[in-house]
Design a protein around this ligand. Structure first.
Ligand code: GUN
Length: 283
């Protein structure tokens, strides 16, 4: 069976067009959704992600401001900047691009963001709400994955979802969201014994490892849905995922590509959360 490729690029375009309509409604009510991004230092990958976020804001009619600060900024100064944004009426979403330099505590920074403006969904209060299934900002990559599955009417309830990876940003929360959708969830990670035996049971396999070619067809059951969250550079400098795409596309039922899969949806869900936040401020 040849897999149907789920294009995150196409779904992102459609979702961004819908969001633009919501933004226009808000603007007609006198509120322009606003996103503030703080970028510490000049890491090329982080700079490129932030540019992508600015572009997506422009496309969806969201006001954006990016504060680029040197990596020598002190933790106190950064926390003060966040406090100013917490109190800024025109800002509905605050995002501090991670990772941060070693002298700054990521935990302190995340916890300093007003949970009502935490459009990344990283604040412990929002993570707690997600755990108990309450309405909250959902972390963008996991939320984008759920959106992709739903866009293809892929059944989640009652199915076995296996996640490879247990990061706080992707692995753990995507498992939680799939559980909230009534999947049976198993996590695999670097200490998992007999990983293939587990992943071969997956109806939905989410791969978030960060290693090129980690998952080949020996990990995947015929007809499984495979979501590739990896973003790696191969030896030719090209962006590639964690999955051996050409192999898996022969046996999966659905497969996400890299690039053009989960990545564009992550940014789109950030726009979604920012618009949602502005709507909450209007209510
Ligand atoms: N760095 C890599 N991904 C992310 C993300 O989703 N949010 C933030 N704030 N930083 C990141």
């Amino acid at each position: 069976m040849a897999a149907e490729i789920i294009s995150g690029k196409e779904l992102a375009l459609k979702t961004r067009a819908e969001l633009k309509e919501e933004t226009n409604k808000l603007i007609s009510q006198g509120v322009t959704p606003g996103l503030a991004v703080i970028l510490v230092g000049d890491d090329p990958a982080s700079s490129s992600y932030v540019k992508g976020k600015e572009k997506a804001c422009a496309e969806t009619g969201i006001y954006s401001q990016v504060d680029r600060v040197p990596s020598t900024i002190s933790e106190t100064e950064l926390l003060e900047k966040i406090e100013t944004l917490n109190n800024a009426d025109e800002i509905h979403g605050i995002l501090v691009q991670l990772p941060l330099p070693d002298h700054i505590s990521e935990d302190k920074v995340i916890e300093a963001i007003d949970p009502q403006k935490d459009v990344d969904g990283f604040h412990p209060i929002n993570i707690g709400k997600m755990m108990i299934g309450k309405d909250t900002f959902l972390p963008c990559t996991p939320f984008g994955i759920i959106h992709m599955l739903k866009s293809k009417n892929i059944e989640i309830s009652g199915r076995h979802a296996v996640i490879i990876g247990r990061s706080n940003i992707v692995g753990k929360p995507v498992g939680q969201l799939l559980l909230n959708e009534h999947a049976t969830v198993t996590y695999c990670h670097s200490r998992t014994a007999n990983m293939k035996e587990i992943t071969r049971q997956a109806d939905i396999l989410v791969v978030a490892v960060g290693k090129e070619g980690f998952v080949d067809s020996s990990y995947v059951k015929e007809g499984a849905v495979v979501i590739d969250v990896g973003v790696n550079r191969n030896s030719e400098g090209k962006l590639v995922g964690d999955v051996v795409f050409d192999e898996i596309k022969e046996s999966a039922s659905y497969l996400t590509p890299v690039p053009g899969g989960v990545g564009p949806m992550t940014i789109t869900m950030l726009m979604y959360n920012t618009v949602l936040s502005a709507q909450r401020f209007v209510e």
